[in-house]
Design a protein around this ligand. Structure first.
Ligand code: GLA
Ligand code: ZN
Length: 689
């Protein structure tokens, strides 16, 4: 187990590529001057520097990096040092073509791009080990290297013969015998039975691609193989004595890997956030980002790092929209509010050519400090200095959404009941937004996570059950917890085989119902959820209006549950659509269809205030985000206004100091300015009392 990464103050800075400017020492000098003006205390070096570090096989040139690192250090700037495996030098690809990936059609790639090497190739591994060893030997001991940044945005898959063989070994280890594999994969279907492990091939559009259990295991294998590669990289650093903490940078809503499997190996989770601001109402984008921040925090249940973000506009989206004044600080501080101990950018100095020459940067091609972006970065640097003491503080466990990636893989690969526009993200975000509108911390957890400490659990469309989640959910409710589960949950086991008997598997007594059928609606169709004529139990939220619903409508048979809403239309009009059941000391809700957004808000309004009566902001105004971080020094209440107008807010929380932003008095009400972040502090003694 890795020791958690610790930083005494919030990190500010980002990716820096001095190797692109080695022939212009004046520029490198200037950079340091600018960094200091912007209160930049950390840079990430070496992310794509392999060709400069090892220009020819076995010949290393590290002097430039040592010089820059030392100069930064003398100026009070720490380094996050990357291993360079994210992009390989040309000599490597030319001499050893096996390092190049093969796609699912078994075509070998040419040299180019990045993030496209075979994770299995012994040659690639050897070469990575050699350069990492050299890096750790020469720069690892440097006092100012605070963290290893392992590779960059691991992703993708390779179908080369080496990977095929590795996959077969992985399967052998998992299933032991081929007959067990056949049974678990249901290969009798279409006569796809295997006689030996050697016959197995990775999924391909040219071959096997409808055997869902194979596809699911392939995805699991890709995660394990990537993880194994990362461990290989880390081992190379450890072998020459570097014990420095490690991270690797994750991506937004990335479904190629099960990030939760990395939790034990990293000292800290970090990720790269590139939202499209100003495309829709800012609060909607903020909630989407908030969800990802919360996911990253939940992987280890402790602070994370915002490893990359754009100081202005990214250049890869279809439209490169500038951030409006104030948005840089607001969005960066949102990461901090949700548990980040850093605000780091991609990148510090804009590259002159190649594919990212128009990607936003702290210092642009103009090269001066009198730019709007640079001035905003400086102001944010000052704010982060004022918030230093929040570094390392945590967020209390309150509610959690179970969003298991293995379940999502299986559900999205399955054929039926809806092969297009499965409303998974919409349903998950619908619940998330509603819970967050009360300022309740919402962890995003997988099925391996402990459920202890939560009062509310939401399991939206959790199609595949693993790790005996059904038993642990039953226990959670029995002990007094509140569970909300939706349609299309507990349908298949971990091998993607449908459960026989009643589903959601193992939860019929808890939910008081069982699955009967599921209707998929055409895009132009809607149904409705209307209040049930039976009066609901007192504990359940009273619904007084109807809601529309779409996509999927599950029909259930009640055993004990009470209907709160019933379907309004079609042959199942009058049948239960939203139900409530009491079980042990707790209660369980079941939502049978994908509803319109207001439904989530109304359901949650009937539950959250009861479960969390003491909230610092009893009524969170629309467009405002509220979070609370705490440490041994005190509690920090973050209030962020994503509205373009000033917003009145009432706070029921005595505080000792305002660390940043301002709450103005207007008509005897407190108001928060547009795009402002206010951080209030309650000292430790008061927080205890
Ligand atoms: C990713 C990469 C960076 C850079 C940025 C641009 O996050 O890690 O190297 O390409 O995207 O947005
Ligand atoms: Zn391969």
């Amino acid at each position: 187990m890795n020791q958690p990464f610790f930083t005494a103050s919030l990190l500010h800075g980002g990716d820096y590529n001095p190797e692109q400017w080695l022939d212009q020492p004046d520029i490198l000098e200037k950079d340091i001057e600018y960094f200091k003006k912007a209160s930049i205390n950390t840079v990430t070096l070496g992310v794509f520097s392999w060709a400069v570090l090892e220009p020819e096989e076995g010949r290393y040139e590290f002097q430039w990096l040592e010089t820059i690192l030392s100069r930064l250090y003398k100026n009070g700037i720490s380094t996050i040092l990357a291993t360079p495996s994210g992009a390989r030098p040309k000599w490597l690809a030319d001499k050893y073509p096996e390092v190049l990936r093969m796609d699912e059609k078994r075509r070998r790639a040419l040299f180019g791009g990045r993030h496209n090497h075979c994770f299995t190739s012994p040659v690639y591994r050897e070469k990575v080990k050699a350069v990492n060893t050299e890096l750790a030997r020469r720069l690892g001991p440097h006092p100012d290297v605070i963290l290893w940044h392992i590779s960059n945005e691991y992703s993708g898959e390779c179908h080369c013969p080496l990977c095929q063989e590795q996959f077969r070994q992985w399967l052998k280890k998992k299933y032991q015998t081929v007959s067990r594999l056949n049974a678990c994969w249901c290969t009798t279907f279409w006569s796809h039975k295997y006689q030996s492990f050697d016959q197995i091939e990775s999924p391909s559009s040219l071959g096997e691609h409808e055997l869902h259990a194979l596809s699911l295991d392939w995805k699991r294998f890709i995660t394990d193989q990537t993880l194994d590669f990362m461990r290989w990289e880390i081992d190379a650093l450890r072998a020459v004595g570097s014990q420095k903490p490690v991270t690797t940078n994750f991506m937004y809503d990335f479904t190629g890997l099960n990030y939760y499997k990395f939790r034990q190996d990293l000292a800290v989770v970090s990720w790269d956030n590139y939202p499209a601001w100003h495309k829709k109402a800012e609060i909607e984008t903020a909630l989407d980002c908030g969800f990802q921040h919360d996911l990253m925090r939940s992987i280890q249940g402790r602070p994370f790092l915002l490893m990359e973000s754009c100081p202005s506009a990214a250049n890869w989206p279809p439209v490169s929209k500038l951030k409006k004044p104030g948005m840089l600080a607001l969005s960066s501080l949102q990461a901090v509010a949700h548990g980040s101990d850093s605000v780091l950018y991609f990148q510090l100095r804009q590259s002159r050519g190649a594919s990212e020459k128009f990607h936003g940067a702290v210092i642009d091609h103009y090269g001066g400090e009198d730019t709007r972006v640079f001035q905003e970065v400086c102001a944010l640097g000052r704010t982060l200095t004022m918030l230093q003491e929040t570094a390392g503080s945590s967020l209390k466990k309150e509610a959690a959404l179970i969003c298991d990636i293995e379940s999502r893989w299986a559900m999205e690969a399955a054929q039926g009941p809806r092969n297009e526009k499965l409303p998974y993200k919409e349903v998950v975000q619908g619940f998330y937004n509603a819970v967050r509108s009360f300022g309740i911390h919402t962890d995003i957890i997988d099925m391996e996570a402990s459920l202890d400490g939560y009062r509310l659990l939401i399991a939206p469309m959790q199609y595949l059950f693993r790790c005996r989640i059904q038993d642990r959910l039953a226990e959670f409710v029995k002990q007094g917890g509140t569970l909300i589960m939706t349609f299309w949950s507990g349908i298949v086991d971990e091998y993607d085989r449908c459960y026989l008997g009643s589903s959601p598997n193992g939860l019929v007594p808890v939910l008081g119902l069982r699955f009967a059928e599921i209707d998929s609606l055409y895009d132009h169709e809607k149904n409705s959820l209307v209040p049930s004529s039976q009066t609901g139990p007192e504990a359940a939220p009273p619904f007084i209006r109807s809601y529309s619903c779409h996509s999927l409508c599950e029909l259930v048979r009640l055993t004990d549950a009470k209907p709160l809403l019933v379907y309004g239309d079609d042959f199942y009009a009058g049948q239960p659509a939203v139900t409530w059941n009491s079980y042990g000391l707790g209660e369980a809700y079941y939502v049978c269809a994908a509803p319109e957004p207001d439904f989530y808000q109304d359901l949650i309004s009937g539950i959250v205030p009861r479960l969390f009566p003491d909230r610092p902001v009893p009524v969170v105004p629309h467009g405002v985000e509220v979070t609370l971080r705490e440490n041994e020094k005190g509690q920090y209440l973050f209030l962020q206004n994503f509205n373009r107008t000033e917003t009145a807010i009432e706070i029921d929380w005595p505080f000792d100091a305002c660390l940043c932003g301002s709450l103005c008095e207007k008509d005897s009400k407190k108001v928060i300015k547009p795009f402002d972040t206010v951080v209030l502090k309650k000292g430790k003694e008061r927080a205890d009392g």
